[in-house]
Design a protein around this ligand. Structure first.
Ligand code: UD1
Ligand code: MG
Length: 433
């Protein structure tokens, strides 16, 4: 589609009560601004982001994932307000869609609704029971939008209007450029309002069309309370899509899935599961309260209460409770209980006994543990890396393995056990018997 998009993100976000800029607060793992840029990118290659407050930080964060964004600095001192925000934008195309950086739930499909209207000014509105804070959409007797009045500027009749401005607009670029200089700050906030372009259009007999939108989707996040509501809405959306694609979820409202997570095939997620930072789950079962971060699970079962930390790959494996895995590849492995496996590669048929620890860190560097096929690691063993345990090895329970072990061997390191008959009575005395 030949349209430009301007995303306003220069406000102070005072109501967030945070040192972090409003648009960098995260929903489902990504900053709010990230979500809207990603969706905008699906319909336009000319995206302008308007910044002012903490502009460098915001730009730096967005540069991680997005190239080809035009950043526009708002002259906030001289032209504060949403009208001031848009003044520095030079759109490439004939139309420009204006979005807010704090609308994380808006998707490309919702944006497309604006292009169905053939008008030089298209705005968005919805009806709500409590319009407090919103600009009121004032219609004339023929139901044509005549103007938008901000809450702070509205008279008592206008305050009663329940039809409000959602804050997204599609403008003809020429109309915008000709009329932005006509905005004034003659209002209670001494700001330049983008909303005044509606009455300016009317004065020129240019028709303004209003698109009815869904209040939830167009929700603007202004406070941490709003943030929590938007998070629930986005989570519901993500989970619904996966469930419709065949993923089973037990008590889905307790499950958290970030927006870049991939789930394929037939998977089961039990209650309290967190899938974060691009976790990829294929034909697997993730049991209660397990966490998978930036890792891949294929034909595997983990948990309850397993933690799979970044850069791990689990294939055909079974991981039980209180097992932590980090930066490790497990292929056909069982680790049933209470273990830490970090910086390791473990091969088919190997069983990791309860309480096994890869000692991968000496306080300075991290080292690898490589374990071959069909190895039986007895319970309560420590594997001091760097170390290689070849195929068909038995590690006796309680062994601290400090040397690599050759194929087919037994590794055992224990002090010889002694039994002293009657020692109890000698130590505590006969009366304690
Ligand atoms: C705005 C609308 C209001 C509408 C509401 C919908 C105006 C004057 N009012 O009010 O009619 O009902 O949105 O949510 O437009 N921003 C800048 N520069 C600024 C000020 C704001 O870039 O100088 C950005 C903010 O970062 C934000 C967006 O513009 O992303 C909206 O600003 P905000 O202060 O939240 O507008 P509202 O007062 O909610
Ligand atoms: Mg405002």
């Amino acid at each position: 589609m030949r349209t430009s998009i301007a995303i306003m993100a220069a406000g102070f976000g005072t109501r967030m009560k945070s040192k972090k800029p409003k648009v960098l607060h995260e929903i489902s793992g990504f900053p709010m601004l990230h979500h809207i840029i990603k969706e905008a990118g699906k319909i336009s290659d000319d995206i302008h982001v308007i910044l002012h407050h903490q502009a460098d930080l915001i730009q730096q964060m967005m540069n991680v994932h997005f190239q080809n964004i035009t950043y526009v600095m708002q002259d906030h001192n001289n032209f504060p307000g949403t009208g001031g925000a848009i003044m520095g934008v030079i759109p490439k195309y004939e139309k420009v869609l204006v979005l807010n950086g704090d609308m994380p739930l808006l998707e490309a499909e919702d944006m497309k609704a604006f292009f169905k209207e053939d008008a030089k000014v298209v705005m968005s509105s919805f009806t709500c029971s409590d319009p407090t804070g919103y600009g009121r959409v004032i219609m004339d007797e023929t139901h044509k939008v005549s103007k938008i009045v901000e809450h702070k500027d509205a008279n008592s009749n206008e305050l009663k209007v329940k039809n409000v401005n959602a804050g997204v607009y599609l403008f003809n670029t020429e109309f915008l450029q000709q009329n932005l200089p006509k905005l004034s700050n003659n209002n209670s906030q001494k700001e330049y309002y983008i909303t005044d372009l509606v009455s300016i259009a009317n004065e020129q007999n240019i028709e303004v069309k209003a698109v009815d939108i869904d209040e939830e989707t167009f929700m603007g996040v202004n406070s941490k309370y709003h943030l929590s509501i938007a998070e629930i809405l986005m989570q519901n959306r993500i989970k619904k899509r996966f469930m419709e694609a065949g993923v089973a979820m037990r008590l889905p409202e307790t499950i958290y899935i970030e927006s870049d997570v991939v789930i394929e095939g037939e998977c089961v997620l039990e209650s309290g599961v967190s899938l974060i930072k691009g976790a990829k789950i294929i034909n697997s079962i993730v049991k209660t309260n397990s966490v998978v971060e930036d890792s891949m699970l294929k034909n595997s079962e983990i948990g309850p209460m397993a933690r799979i930390r970044p850069k791990s790959v689990l294939i055909d494996s079974k991981i039980g409770n209180f097992v932590e895995i980090k930066k490790s590849t497990l292929n056909g492995v069982k680790a049933g209980h209470l273990s830490y496996l970090g910086d390791s590669e473990i091969d088919t048929g190997t069983n990791i006994g309860c309480g096994t620890i890869t000692c991968n860190y000496d306080g300075k560097e991290k080292y690898k543990t490589i374990i071959g096929k069909n190895v039986f690691v007895g319970s309560d063993s420590q594997l001091v890396a760097p170390i290689t345990i070849e195929d068909d090895v038995i590690i006796a329970s309680g062994t601290t393995v400090t040397k690599s072990v050759k194929k087919g061997s037994l590794a055992i390191a224990r002090t010889k056990m002694k039994i002293l008959d009657g020692f109890f009575y000698k130590f505590f005395g006969k009366n304690n018997a």
